[in-house]
Design a protein around this ligand. Structure first.
Ligand code: SAM
Length: 220
């Protein structure tokens, strides 16, 4: 199977399970117009994150890596009226586009975009009085382990931490790839091997974004 097959399969499933969403379509279009890289989650992955947030009744969500806010919108749409999403982004341009997309989606009152290196922003956040229910990590992969440590500190017991892009066409498992992104994922996997604070699994995905996967971790 090839990317063509995965794309066709994603489209087929989406045709039954996803209805048109003007806010998300507008966000994807604005990202494109501003020349943002095409590295947002896919529609199906966005909906998965949305359903996960709804399933655990998430009221507080934390995202590391905003880009143009496409996944932020999917997640924020799952929040109750008094829910909040905090999303961290290093690029001023990305953060600006994200703010426009989030405002256009009518979610500006629920979402705060924090500009700066995510590790610095994370260290200013507190798990009290209200910890986060869900953390989505999708930024510079070499910092995955540092972000994961902060995510564990900030998420409640029974909360979920998702890390994107942990499979990368199975390259993460192939020692011939020594790029810092693959190394970043391997470093996280090694850290998780003896981590008693979470139970985790990898969910492989194949679709319009190729063959990749989410790490799904439950905070104990
Ligand atoms: N979650 C987004 C979505 O699905 O729509 C995609 C995020 S994109 C894969 C990764 C983002 O992380 C980029 O916008 C990049 O600028 C940002 N980033 C990279 N290094 C960062 C850092 N050290 N701190 C915060 N954000 C960072």
């Amino acid at each position: 199977t090839t990317l063509d097959d995965w794309e066709r399969s994603d489209k087929y499933h989406n045709s039954f399970l996803l209805s048109p969403d003007p806010a998300l379509e507008a966000a994807a279009k604005r990202n494109d117009e501003h020349g943002l890289p095409e590295i947002a989650v896919s529609r199906a992955q966005g909906k998965f994150l949305n359903l996960l947030a709804q399933s655990i009744g998430a009221k507080r969500i934390l995202e590391v890596g905003t880009l143009g806010g496409y996944s932020s919108i999917w997640l924020a749409k799952a929040l109750p009226h008094d829910g909040t999403l905090v999303t961290l982004e290093i690029s001023e341009k990305h953060a600006q586009v994200a703010k426009e997309n989030i405002a256009a989606a009518g979610l500006a009152d629920k979402v705060s975009v924090i500009l700066g290196p995510a590790i610095d922003s994370l260290r200013t956040l507190h798990p009290t009085p209200e910890p986060f229910d869900l953390v989505f990590i999708d930024a510079d992969k070499q910092s995955n382990t540092a972000y994961f440590v902060e995510a564990k500190r900030l998420v409640r017991k029974g909360g979920i931490i998702i890390v994107d892009n942990v499979v990368r066409y199975a390259r993460v498992a192939d020692p011939r790839y020594t790029d810092e992104m693959s190394e970043g994922v391997r470093d996280l996997l090694r850290a998780l091997k003896d981590d008693k604070d979470v139970e985790a699994t990898t969910i492989g995905t194949a679709g319009e974004k190729g063959y990749d996967g989410f790490l799904y971790a439950l905070r104990k």
